[in-house]
Write a protein that binds this ligand. Structure first.
Ligand code: MEV
Length: 429
């Protein structure tokens, strides 16, 4: 075991040297690669270094754009940061498909965020409750220096509820708190309020009540920070003939129904949705882990993991929609620091948090439409392998001429990994 103290205090070069000396083989070119990814612009590099700790390099992901999105009558070109080939192409294809059919319609259903103070108490709940009701306003008063600015922006604490959870865990109670954080993701605001609530709680009840605060933290489960995105069109627009259109719509809806009843399928189905959602969340400097965790919990809200999207065919109208909780911010955090995030937000016409929720939900719905469309018709491998072919060719450092030859060849041949490898080996002989 290689133990080191004070690693964080070393210069970047010393950190790189230490990692290379201790964890990378002597004859590897790791150090060259690590340093190759550093930016020559010292100011920009410093900015990135300071986003996190112990940074030794930068890790690039492709920043792509999906044009032709019509959302509530407005045109958007959506920035997407994702490494998986064919995601951006699929989003663009879905955008174009729906463009002449009325585009995407959206609605923010609510924006409530959540945080909790978890505490232990072993006495009489009625006494706890009575005092809580009497003193509830103190929680708001004690947090007023924290909430002042948020209130000016139209947000603040919405409510604080005392909840008895002792049926699930002995002595376990909580303050379940709701917040409006307007255009901020609001994590720091919520956590500061909650820590103050924890202090107020102990102030009110100590010493005779013996209340013990265990932890105060926001919840990333925000089922009420909800947005809906949808597309719909007369059935006949979905195919060249009425029969083809009906067949497609029915197969599509059946695929959604499968994801509703079969968790093995639902997870992959929702993963496809998250391909779109995460890519926009990342491009716009938001926390994709929080969005992911919340989306999957929401997908299980009825006790079984289900599809986040829904489809219906009623009176010859096909409708496809998503209801998804999305807690994002367009001010604060990375949104005002990362130059590419700023560009992404500019590209989206500097949306407020509600508008960004809508755009992200649309990206998820579009992605799911494209995936299920392929799955119930041609299968996904055709499109996937077309994009993946380029990755394979790059692995083999194919020249532009070799790439052209390969693309031409695989227009009429099924692209598999081994076929692509065979092809490149063959033409090099
Ligand atoms: C691949 O990243 C995503 C899909 O598997 C989604 C799906 O199956 O619906 C294509």
């Amino acid at each position: 075991m290689t133990k080191i103290s004070g690693f964080s205090k070393l210069s970047k070069l010393d950190k790189i040297n230490w990692v290379c000396d201790n964890y990378l083989s002597e004859n590897s070119n790791a150090k060259d690669i690590i340093t190759q990814y550093l930016n020559d612009d010292k100011k920009l590099q410093k900015l990135h270094d300071e986003f996190a700790e112990n940074t030794i390099s930068n890790y690039y992901l492709p920043f792509g754009v999906a044009p032709n999105f019509c959302i509530d009558g407005e045109m958007f070109c959506i920035p997407m940061v994702i490494e998986e080939s064919s995601v951006v192409a699929a989003a663009s294809k879905a955008a174009k498909f729906w463009l002449d059919k009325g585009g995407f319609k959206t609605k923010v259903l609510n924006t409530t965020k959540v945080g909790q103070v978890h505490f232990k108490f072993s006495g009489d709940f009625n006494k706890l409750k009575t005092l809580f009701d009497e003193q509830k306003s103190k929680f708001f008063e004690d947090a007023s220096s924290i909430t002042k600015n948020m209130e000016k922006r139209g947000g603040g604490i919405l409510d604080i509820q005392l909840v008895d959870k002792t049926e699930l865990l002995s002595s376990y109670y909580q303050l379940h708190c709701t917040f409006e954080t307007v255009d901020a993701m609001g994590a720091n605001f919520i956590n500061s309020c909650l820590e103050q609530f924890g202090k107020t709680l102990e102030d009110i009840y100590q010493p005779e009540f013996d209340v013990e605060v265990i932890l105060c933290i926001l919840s990333n489960y925000v089922p009420e920070c909800l947005v809906r995105a949808e597309v719909s069109c007369p059935l006949h627009l979905l195919g060249k003939t009425e029969k083809e259109a009906l067949n497609f719509a029915q197969r599509f809806k059946y695929a959604i129904d499968i994801a509703n009843v079969e968790p093995y399928r639902a997870v992959t189905h929702n993963k496809g949705i998250m391909n779109g959602i995460d890519a926009v969340v990342l491009a716009t400097g938001n926390d994709f882990r929080a969005i992911e965790a919340c989306a999957h919990a929401y997908a299980s809200k009825e006790g079984r993991y289900k599809s986040l999207t829904h489809a219906s065919i009623v009176d010859d109208v096909f409708r496809f929609w998503i209801d998804v909780p999305i807690a994002v911010g367009t001010v604060g955090g990375l949104t005002s620091l990362h130059p590419l995030v700023k560009v992404a937000l500019q590209m989206l016409n500097n949306p407020n948090a509600k508008d960004l929720m809508k755009i992200i939900a649309v990206a998820g719905l579009a992605q799911n439409f494209a995936a299920v469309n392929s799955l119930v018709t041609t299968g996904i491998q055709k499109g996937h392998m077309k994009m993946h072919l380029l990755n394979i060719l790059n692995q083999f450092e194919a020249t532009p001429e070799e790439k052209e030859q390969a693309i031409e060849y695989f227009k009429t041949h099924t692209a598999t990994h081994s076929e692509a490898v065979d092809f490149i080996t063959r033409i090099r002989k």
